[in-house]
Design a protein around this ligand. Structure first.
Ligand SMILES: *[C@@H]1O[C@H](CO)[C@@H](O)[C@H](O)[C@H]1NC(C)=O
Ligand SMILES: *[C@@H]1O[C@H](CO)[C@@H](O)[C@H](O)[C@H]1NC(C)=O
Ligand SMILES: *[C@@H]1O[C@H](CO)[C@@H](O)[C@H](O)[C@H]1NC(C)=O
Ligand SMILES: *[C@@H]1O[C@H](CO)[C@@H](O)[C@H](O)[C@H]1NC(C)=O
Length: 453
């Protein structure tokens, strides 16, 4: 019953017809996992209600009671890029959890300006993410509250968080521990103040962040916009396929499509700002695998094995590059590059501020059949984290040496047969370091077993 880590990939490999084999193996996996994970080990509940995420037994049993509903943490407006904001939000709510308190729903920032605070258009968390779904998915683990829940019987306690290099992880933890003391705990609200208090490194493991991210579900309006973009991509893919392969019949007689046609998403970081930043980073860290030119990305994507061509390659690029059509040329036959403009979906994005545009792109990449990104980008890293979680929940903890759906790759690192390197998130990591700062040490194994120790 106890699989060792090296047995997983071998189990998945087999020599029947690939498609039949994959379905067969998947079914077996699901059955075996259900049996193992739902069997009544005393005190161990490995599956949560949603059945899609493993958490350690200790967390599961404590969390039955959940965090207090009458004590709160308040945090300043959350800023920077979409993924910095998601990480900062997770830090804020994990801090609240540490203090056994509900987090008052914070404001996010709709724009990317960060040098001038007054230009940071605040946008309520629930304009982007579903408030109720968040609380129901994360029930027992963390909790979001509204300002109307406050009784205002005491003034808030102001907690000044430090920042900068002198503010060590140890000092931060000591400060938080003091806040659990009665003299501070008696306050209804602990208001955290300071300069961007949640941009700094902290105390939580990757699996804790992963749990929070899993509870962040887009509101219906934005989710629908992302679905429109995805169906446009699949529609183009289906047309292109029917041109070269009429026998395959992607279309029914009424023009509808049965099977979603696969697509690749590539998060192409080639804009000028990034190129300057990554060159500096390469010098500073003495790692030569951070920057990839457009040509290198195209070359590596072309060498991904097992792609059924023609296939649409969705290019997630900075808006500043949309005018420059050059990234649309130079792709190998069978790879059909499209960005927002060429897809004809710019009108969808145009309506929204930066934060929401970015959230739509995130969704399009996250749901792609194959994703290729840069392992030094937080955006790419969080997408790979979400895809790794999906694979784990399907019973596929590793992607070493096999073709799987939902595969992710890092184009900045050379992998097998001149392609990009297969990439899964190490779910056992004790901090978000490699995700928020980037790494060239990516592996095709998620290490999820270590999460349960
Ligand atoms: C939080 O406080 C409640 C009420 O005091 C308690 O029942 C619960 O166990 C605490 N949760 C944690 C994680 O300490
Ligand atoms: C407490 O103050 C907040 C605004 O800061 C308000 O929304 C809430 O309704 C107040 N609660 C009560 C019970 O007065
Ligand atoms: C940088 O790395 C290379 C090998 O990758 C090594 O030979 C060189 O000494 C390193 N330079 C510094 C300054 O660490
Ligand atoms: C690379 O990551 C693995 C875990 O994923 C770790 O065991 C190993 O020590 C890391 N190697 C380096 C050189 O950091």
């Amino acid at each position: 019953m106890d699989f060792t880590s090296s047995q997983f990939p071998k189990l998945i490999m087999c020599h029947m017809k690939p498609v039949i084999c994959r379905c067969f193996v998947l079914v077996i996996f699901i059955l075996v996992f259900r049996t193992i994970l739902l069997s009544p080990f005393p005190g161990v509940h490995l599956f949560q209600q949603r059945g899609s995420f493993w958490i350690p037994a200790s967390t599961a049993s404590n969390s039955q009671l959940g965090v207090r509903r009458d004590k709160f943490v308040e945090v300043p407006q959350i800023i920077w890029g979409l993924n910095n904001q998601k990480i900062a939000f997770a830090r804020a709510i994990l801090t609240a959890r540490f203090l056994n308190r509900t987090l008052l729903m914070p404001s996010l920032s709709a724009s990317l300006f960060y040098k001038e605070i007054d230009l940071l258009e605040p946008i309520s968390f629930d304009k982007l993410f579903h408030f109720e779904k968040f609380n129901s998915l994360c029930h027992g683990f963390v909790r979001l509250g509204r300002y109307s829940d406050l009784s205002n019987q005491t003034k808030p306690f102001e907690l000044q968080k430090g920042s900068g290099r002198k503010w060590t992880i140890e000092r931060d933890l000591n400060q938080l521990k003091q806040c659990r003391d009665d003299s501070i705990d008696k306050f209804e609200v602990i208001r955290i103040v300071g300069k961007h208090p949640f941009l700094w490194r902290d105390h939580w493991a990757v699996k804790d962040y992963a749990k929070i991210f899993e509870c962040l579900v887009l509101v219906d309006e934005i989710e629908n916009e992302a679905m429109k973009v995805i169906s446009r991509i699949r529609e183009i893919g289906a047309k292109e396929r029917s041109k070269v392969d009429i026998a395959k019949k992607e279309f029914n007689s009424d023009g509808s499509v049965d099977q979603p046609v696969p697509y690749i998403a590539v998060h192409m970081r080639i804009e000028k700002d990034w190129m300057i930043h990554c060159k500096k980073l390469e010098q500073k860290s003495n790692i030569s695998q951070i920057c990839s030119s457009k040509e290198e990305i195209m070359e590596r994507v072309a060498h991904i094995t097992g792609l059924h061509k023609p296939i649409v390659v969705y290019l997630a690029v900075a808006d500043s590059l949309l005018e420059d059509g050059s990234m649309l040329s130079g792709w190998k036959d069978g790879l059909l590059p499209y960005e927002k403009k060429r897809l004809g979906v710019w009108n969808i994005y145009e309506k929204y501020p930066y934060l929401i545009r970015s959230a739509i792109d995130y969704e399009v990449c996250s749901r792609a059949d194959v994703f290729v990104g840069n392992s030094f980008s937080t955006f790419s890293s969080l997408i790979v984290l979400s895809r790794t979680q999906k694979l784990i929940s399907m019973g596929i903890p590793g992607a070493c040496g096999i073709d799987i759906r939902l595969a992710s790759y890092a184009y900045n690192i050379l992998g097998e047969s001149r392609g990009p390197k297969i990439w899964m998130t190490d779910m056992s990591a004790s901090s978000l370091q490699s995700i928020s700062y980037g790494t060239n040490n990516v592996s095709c194994y998620s290490n999820w077993k270590a999460m349960m120790l």
